[in-house]
Design a protein around this ligand. Structure first.
Ligand code: C2E
Ligand code: MG
Ligand code: MG
Length: 497
């Protein structure tokens, strides 16, 4: 097929005396690549021994093209042409021996999911391509796509001020409208986190993880935020990881218990119910503060399991109490966000056999911040089970008083920060009086929490508060102590709580 080239190849091979190799010959586009082997041997031609060369060759052009394509795909994102994470890491590693300072920024798009969901995916693809070309136009050494809508930029090391300015410009530039197909226009926002090798060192994975930590911090404030990494972020994350591990272990090793604090009729002091409060005794550190470990469990999401455990355990224990008083269980806003609280409540009631009317779920105003409508529905579903709802820590949140009438809650718990100011503080007394009046008007029961003295109890009774909880009436106590108190106290006619 290729006589001229074959001759050329053979001549070349003989002349160079190469025994094997590769040749690229300009035989049309693309050039053909050949892999060849030359063997020399003696043959008898008539009486004369002669030397001949035998050339074996193979056209490997296609194979080479496949290999190149694979190498490209390994190093690039096929959609946008941006580098892959692996290739980016290689590039950072290449800067290390040269001692060149580098800066890494991770950019994350917000609202991209909405575009992908509302328009077609092809429109989302179009947008991503434009994002990459905008990022490239900013002049970094490299642009990589780390995941769905997350990108990394590699730049020469620079000062913190310049890096901040650069990231802010990137975020602003990405926030300009995008022209998509069929006349569609899209607007997205971006946040960025960045670090430099001066701060984070040359380890590529560490640089990226520090930039990522800065990004998480940036995302916590609204708008087109950006943050530079600080060692403080690393420490916070490590503390959080340690706390998370400790909480998980505590859950697995049954280090949590529930304490029960009496809720009473303020006039008679009679027990009407109890609030279950989580307690954690750490193996070496001893008793841990509930506010601190609940907050940590909320941050890591472990509150879902912890809350489920609390609900199950409290219902099971209350089902065995010698008197049928009410049980209040706290449910965190994070549980509402991350899990199906209605299903958890149903399961706890079923497995314990507790009468639904004896259970009360304590929520805080925090649950209405995100999606008030969905939360209202969720609470109504819980009430349909026959379970009541109490609004905890009332007065510390943001809900306006006028809003209160629309919330599906049966009871309002006046926060201890108001009760603490009694009896001397007339302003606190006025606020409590207003909440009691409002509760009466809206048909909601009122309980005051954090009552520590007889004076406070007396004043609340005068104001018209009917239910109370606080150290004055009883501290949170172990399940055993609480059952004993229930047994010891004279049984009176059950009072509604
Ligand atoms: P909370 O639901 O408002 O619970 C009442 C807190 O006030 C309890 O703190 C209780 O010990 C404390 N307290 C009761 N009476 C008095 C008093 O007279 N004076 C003072 N100074 N304090 C009083 P604790 O047990 O430290 O719990 C703190 C918070 O942790 C709870 O506040 C609740 O928000 C949360 N928490 C506790 N257990 C759980 C749980 O199982 N699940 C969830 N999601 N949160 C829980
Ligand atoms: Mg509570
Ligand atoms: Mg409270």
């Amino acid at each position: 097929v290729l006589p001229a080239s074959l001759a050329e190849l053979l001549g070349g091979a003989l002349a160079s005396k190469a025994r094997q190799g590769e040749l690229t010959l300009p035989m049309g586009a693309p050039d053909r690549i050949f892999d060849y082997v030359v063997t020399h041997s003696e043959v008898q031609l008539g009486d004369q021994p002669s030397r001949v060369a035998c050339l074996t060759f193979r056209d490997i052009t296609e194979r080479r093209r496949d290999e190149d394509r694979l190498r490209y795909l390994g190093g690039h994102d096929p959609l946008t042409g941006a580098l892959s994470r692996t290739r980016l890491i290689e590039m950072i590693d290449e800067a290390t021996p040269a001692g060149r300072d580098v800066a890494v920024a991770i950019v994350d798009l917000s609202r991209f999911r909405v575009i992908n969901d509302t328009l077609r995916h092809s429109q989302g693809d179009l947008l991503l391509k434009q994002v990459v070309s905008r990022l490239k136009s900013m002049g970094p050494d490299a642009v990589a796509r780390l995941g769905g809508d997350s990108f990394a930029l590699l730049m020469p090391g620079t000062t913190p001020d310049k890096l901040t300015g650069f990231c802010q410009t990137v975020a602003q530039w990405l926030a300009f409208p995008y022209q998509l197909a069929n006349g569609h226009q899209a607007i997205i926002a971006a946040s960025a986190g960045a670090t430099t090798s001066q701060v984070s060192g040359y380890d590529a994975e560490l640089l990226l993880s520090h930039a990522d930590m800065a990004l998480s911090a940036a995302k916590q404030h609204t708008g087109n935020g950006m943050e530079l990494f600080t060692p403080e972020m690393d420490r916070r994350l490590k503390d959080r990881q340690e706390m998370d591990a400790a909480l998980r272990q505590a859950l697995a090793q049954h280090q949590f218990t529930l304490a029960y604090q009496p809720q009473v009729d303020i006039a008679t002091g009679e027990l009407t119910g109890a609030e279950a409060l989580a307690r954690w005794t750490h193996a070496t550190l001893g008793p841990m503060s509930p506010s601190a470990f609940i907050a940590a469990a909320e941050e890591t999401g472990l509150i879902v399991e912890l809350g489920r455990w609390a609900l199950q355990t409290a219902c099971a224990e209350a089902a065995n109490w010698p008197r049928e008083i009410k049980l209040a269980v706290n449910v965190s806003p994070v549980q509402f966000e991350l899990s199906d609280v209605v299903a958890d409540v149903t399961a706890a009631l079923e497995s314990s056999g507790l009468e639904p009317s004896r259970l009360e779920i304590e929520i805080t105003e925090g649950i209405f911040v995100r999606d008030a409508e969905a939360m209202t529905q969720r609470l109504q579903d819980i009430r349909k089970l026959g379970v009541s709802i109490a609004l905890d820590d009332f007065g510390t949140g943001y809900s306006s008083l006028s809003y209160l009438g629309q919330l599906p809650v049966d009871k309002i718990k006046i926060d201890k920060s108001f009760v603490r100011r009694l009896p001397g503080d007339s302003e606190a007394a006025t606020i409590i009086r207003a909440v009691v009046a409002l509760g009466e008007g809206l048909g909601k029961r009122i309980i005051a929490e954090g009552i520590e003295t007889a004076d406070q109890a007396w004043m609340l009774q005068i104001i018209g508060c009917t239910l109370a909880q606080g150290f004055y009436f009883g501290r949170p106590m172990s399940a055993l102590d609480f059952t004993e108190r229930l047994t010891r106290e004279p049984v009176r006619l059950a009072q509604s709580a």
